[in-house]
Design a protein around this ligand. Structure first.
Ligand SMILES: [Mg+2]
Length: 222
C-alpha cells in the first residue's frame, strides 16, 4: 500500500449496524407470509430490489412511528472513532448498501455530513399507505445494477482503478463480489464463511475497533 491513497468502503446493514433493517422489519413488523417476495427472488423470478420493495411496502407504520423504528437500529460503537481517524488522515469513506438511503439517512444523516461520508445506495419513498418503495438509480449511473439497483462491486472496482488501496467491510452474501475485488477485507458472519470457502484472505472483524486499529497500524508503519 506504500504511497497509495487509502479508501474505506463499508456495507451498512449488519456491518455498521448490529442487525439488518430487513430482519428487523420481518421480525418485528411483519408475519412470515410477508417473505413471499424474498422466495420469488431466491427462485429467480424477481430482482433483489423488487423483492425488498415487495417486503418493505408491507410496512404501514405512521411516518412518526417509522422514524422511531429506524432510530432503534444500533450502530457499532467504534464506528464513530473510526470515522474520526479517517477524517484526521483524510481517508475517504463510502457507505454502500443494496438497501436504501431512506433508513440510512434517517439513522445517520448527520454523521454522514459531519464526516463527509459518501453514501452509495438506492433512493426510496415512504408513505403509511404504500410502505417503503425502493427506487433504483438511473441506468447511466456508473454503479447501476439491474438486480440490486446499485453494485458494491462496481464501486470498489472504480476506486481500485482510481489508484486507491481499497479496504472493504461487510457481513453478507452481497459483499462477496466487492470483497473479491478489494485489497483488504474485513469480514464477519456469512461473508466470513464465504471468504473462507473461496480462500479470500480476511482480517479479524468483530467490530470497527479492528478497522480502527488496522488503519492506525498502517499509518504507524509509513
Ligand atoms: Mg450487510
Amino acid at each position: 500500500m506504500k504511497n497509495k491513497k487509502i479508501v474505506l468502503i463499508s456495507d451498512f446493514d449488519g456491518t455498521i449496524t448490529k442487525e439488518d433493517f430487513f430482519n428487523m422489519v420481518v421480525d418485528k413488523l411483519l408475519s412470515k407470509d410477508a417473505l413471499k417476495p424474498w422466495y420469488e427472488y431466491i427462485d429467480g423470478k424477481i430482482t433483489h430490489i423488487e423483492a425488498l420493495t415487495g417486503i418493505f411496502s408491507q410496512i404501514h407504520l405512521s411516518e412518526k412511528d417509522m422514524d422511531e423504528f429506524i432510530s432503534k437500529m444500533e450502530v457499532d460503537k467504534y464506528f464513530y472513532d473510526t470515522m474520526d481517524l479517517c477524517l484526521k488522515y483524510k481517508i475517504p469513506v463510502y457507505v454502500c448498501s443494496a438497501g436504501t438511503k431512506y433508513y440510512i439517512e434517517k439513522k445517520m444523516g448527520e454523521t454522514l455530513k459531519r464526516y463527509n461520508i459518501s453514501l452509495v445506495s438506492n433512493d426510496a419513498v415512504y408513505s403509511q399507505e404504500k410502505g417503503l418503495r425502493l427506487i433504483a438509480p438511473e441506468k447511466t449511473n456508473p454503479f447501476y445494477d439491474e438486480n440490486t439497483g446499485i453494485s458494491k462491486e462496481f464501486l470498489v472496482k472504480k476506486l481500485n482503478a482510481d489508484g486507491y488501496f481499497t479496504i472493504y467491510a461487510g457481513d453478507g452474501r452481497p459483499d462477496l463480489l466487492p470483497a473479491k475485488t478489494a485489497n483488504i477485507v474485513f469480514a464477519k458472519s456469512v461473508l466470513l464463511d464465504m471468504c473462507k470457502q473461496e480462500n479470500i484472505k480476511t482480517e479479524k472483524f468483530e467490530n470497527f475497533k479492528d478497522i480502527l486499529d488496522y488503519i492506525r497500524r498502517l499509518y504507524a508503519a509509513n
